[in-house]
Design a protein around this ligand. Structure first.
Ligand SMILES: [Mg+2]
Length: 305
């Protein structure tokens, strides 16, 4: 397709030299310099109407989000993002300007986080915009942090306030890549995940993989201003938004009590406040208020015993 050919040339002309990339966009495949440490691979496909409303946000914000959600997954493993390939199905009337805006959004974050855009596939069709970003990363010398390492007694932390991301945070958030690497450097991370499904659901993913339980302290969960704003019309409390809303893209992690106490005291990660929101226990997912525990559904819905 001539349009695609022109687009690859455009992409090529905007791809800076990267010593990790032997062959960038424009050949049959990209070729990367072999790494010495384990390679992380993640992919996320975003669709107009599900992950964003294109008519409201425009292509640049859609492209940015497609890159951001993948960076957040690399962050959740405490990895270093390296290179990406991007597939897009453009809506037919979009045209070249549309594609350039979309890639500009991808590049905004790729450049900021040192990620090379090494290839892409561009098609157009009569449906809505679909973007699939595949992102590669590299483990640090300390290895990756999985969901499965939490232990009863661990302290549970979050890297920022939660809830109400639908009001804008889900498009504008900064993936916690640097914060995750700093944490990995200064403390012993047992398990980590990024909040995409909602705090209760994502903590539950850690607990299931780690075969233990957890309790969240109701008054400790940091609730975002957006959660308060949304609660004025949603019929839910701000806390319910913080527990159940998705796409906060903060990190939830567990550490030993000794490491946790040190994190609380030192606050070693610039720009964010690490908040202890709970502890791991033997079994179950609980919400605690005034010393009383009630079961918490992973969806964030609360059921009184
Ligand atoms: Mg994730």
């Amino acid at each position: 397709m001539p349009q695609e050919f022109a687009f690859i040339n455009w992409l090529r002309s905007r791809t800076p030299a990267d010593s990790r990339v032997l062959v960038g966009p424009g050949d049959d495949t990209a070729v990367l310099v072999p790494l010495t440490r384990p390679i992380l691979v993640t992919v996320d496909m975003l669709m107009d109407g599900t992950d964003f409303h294109l008519s409201e946000v425009g292509p640049r914000a859609a492209g940015r989000k497609a890159m951001a959600v993948n960076l957040s997954d690399i962050a959740a493993m405490a990895g270093v993002p390296t290179a990406t390939v991007v597939s897009v199905a453009l809506p037919t009337p979009g045209g070249r300007e549309f594609g350039e805006q979309l890639y500009a959004g991808i590049r905004d974050l790729a450049d900021e986080f040192g990620v090379s855009v090494v290839g892409g596939d561009t098609n157009s069709w009569a449906g809505g915009l679909v973007i699939s970003v595949t992102l590669l990363g590299e483990a640090t010398e300390r290895g990756v942090v999985r969901r499965s390492g939490a232990k009863p007694g661990d302290w549970v932390f979050v890297t920022g306030p939660l809830g109400g991301s639908i009001l804008g945070h889900h498009l504008a958030f900064k993936p916690r890549v640097r914060e995750a690497l700093k944490l990995h450097e200064v403390t012993g991370l047992h398990a980590m995940i990024d909040v995409s499904d909602g705090l209760a659901a994502d903590l539950n993913h850690i607990l299931e993989e780690s075969r233990c339980g957890g309790v969240l302290f109701e008054t400790a969960v940091p609730v975002s201003p957006a959660a308060f704003e949304l609660s004025r019309t949603s019929g839910k409390t701000p806390l319910e938004h913080a527990l159940g809303d998705g796409e906060d893209f903060e990190l939830v992690f567990t550490v030993s009590p000794a490491d946790g106490a040190q994190l609380v005291r030192d606050q070693p990660v610039p720009g964010i406040t690490l908040t202890k929101i709970g502890e791991c226990v033997d079994a179950g997912l609980w919400l605690e208020e005034n010393g009383q525990r009630r079961l918490l559904e992973p969806t964030g819905w609360e059921h009184r015993l």
